[in-house]
Design a protein around this ligand. Structure first.
Ligand SMILES: [Zn+2]
Ligand SMILES: [Zn+2]
Length: 385
């Protein structure tokens, strides 16, 4: 920080925050696509944006806003800028460019890009899903071809992300659009595959490359020095004094117990209503409830809880050892705290563009991320997550 800087760091923080709030507000407002795009551009243009905000995410927002405003070429350029800044996703983020080309009726370019992406990663089921989606109602024959290819790939690769039900739903829609009878042979094949499905080893999820502002020289605008970054209050201070660990171990330890998919199905069989909701076997809805609870806890405690994946056998052993009922929230909470102490809990939240903690295979921002915190006025079903 020298006297030659036009503004002070604190002022740059306030300016960026104001521009960012304005852009996110406009982005949520129906009918203001153009203004939202301009507002995101204003964030990008601020000389301090590079050290305040993640560039991959920022250009991602800009690209979405420009796309919403129908400014196709600018949207494509912004998507490319986000990729250059480290944005990674499945499907490949260039699939968004192909979608924009379809929106812009540049069908030959779109088809060529999709083909290139397919060659780049032929096993990426999400690419087939996204292409089928983009072509639905535009060219239903092409949409059908993509979704059928996607089903083949999902079956051949073991359907790790459990995308088959979604692809099948899609296929029915397109058959319907084309006034075609469902292909019974295909349906039988999928049914047979699903009957003895077991999850194959995971495919690594392409994480967004972290932004490295330390490679930059100090900011000429506000004096921000990458080697001596100022301290930020990362989360809000606790709203009230923390509770004693013995009173509510699940919230005081701030590790939230969570059953992964198969354990959840087992848990709902053994302890229907274990989290205070009807055991409908909907693991996604259950994970969203965990997300809502975790966000609420983060607000109360002023730091982020972790999420502890709970295994049924482990839970029963823990409950026996500690004289708890294994179906009871106290047993889950106690085990969650132990898992957290042993470093076996998942840190939360993931980055917006990272794979969701709930293992759905989707990005956090497109999965549990948007779930609002549980309101403290909500009825509190069960004793813990
Ligand atoms: Zn600056
Ligand atoms: Zn999720």
């Amino acid at each position: 920080m020298t006297d030659t800087n036009p503004i002070r760091f604190e002022q740059s923080s306030r300016e960026i925050e104001r521009l960012y709030d304005r852009a996110t507000t406009l982005a949520r407002q129906p009918g203001s696509a153009d203004r939202a795009a301009d507002a995101w551009q204003a964030v990008v243009d601020h000389p301090c944006a590079w050290h305040h905000l993640d560039q991959a995410d920022l250009y991602d927002e800009l690209h979405q806003a420009l796309r919403g405003a129908g400014r196709w070429d600018d949207a494509i350029a912004a998507r490319r800028a986000s990729i250059d800044a480290g944005y990674r996703s499945r499907p490949d983020p260039e699939a968004d460019i192909a979608e924009i080309l379809i929106d812009a009726s540049r069908h030959n370019e779109a088809a060529a890009l999709y083909e290139e992406l397919r060659q780049r990663d032929p096993d990426d089921v999400w690419l087939y899903n996204s292409a089928a989606y983009a072509y639905t109602d535009v060219d239903n024959d092409l949409a059908l071809q993509w979704v059928l290819d996607g089903i083949q790939v999902a079956i051949a690769t073991g359907d790790h992300d459990q995308i088959l039900p979604q692809l099948l739903d899609f296929t029915h829609t397109i058959w319907n659009n084309l006034n075609r009878q469902p292909d019974q042979h295909l349906l039988d094949r999928v049914t047979a595959f699903q009957a003895d499905w077991s999850r194959p080893p995971p495919r690594p999820w392409p994480l967004t490359d972290p932004h490295h502002p330390e490679r930059h020289p100090p900011c000429a605008h506000c004096g921000y020095h990458p080697d001596q970054p100022p301290e930020f209050p990362v989360t809000a201070p606790p709203a009230h004094p923390p509770t004693t660990p013995t009173a509510t171990p699940d919230t005081a330890r701030v590790a939230v117990a969570w059953f992964p998919h198969d354990a959840y199905l087992e848990a709902t069989k053994r302890w229907p209503n274990f989290d205070g909701y009807d055991a409908d076997g909907d693991h996604q809805a259950y994970s969203r409830r965990i997300e809502a609870n975790t966000k609420a806890l983060a607000t109360i405690h002023g730091h982020n809880p972790s999420i502890a994946p709970v295994d049924i056998t482990e839970l029963i052993d823990y409950a026996t050892e500690h004289d708890h009922d294994p179906g009871d929230g106290a047993a889950r909470a106690g085990l969650a705290a132990e898992l957290a102490r042993n470093g076996q809990a998942i840190s939360w939240p993931p980055g917006r563009n990272e794979a969701c903690w709930c293992r759905s295979g989707r990005k956090y921002k497109k999965c549990c991320g948007p779930t609002p915190p549980r309101s403290f006025d909500d009825p509190q079903p069960g004793t813990s997550g």
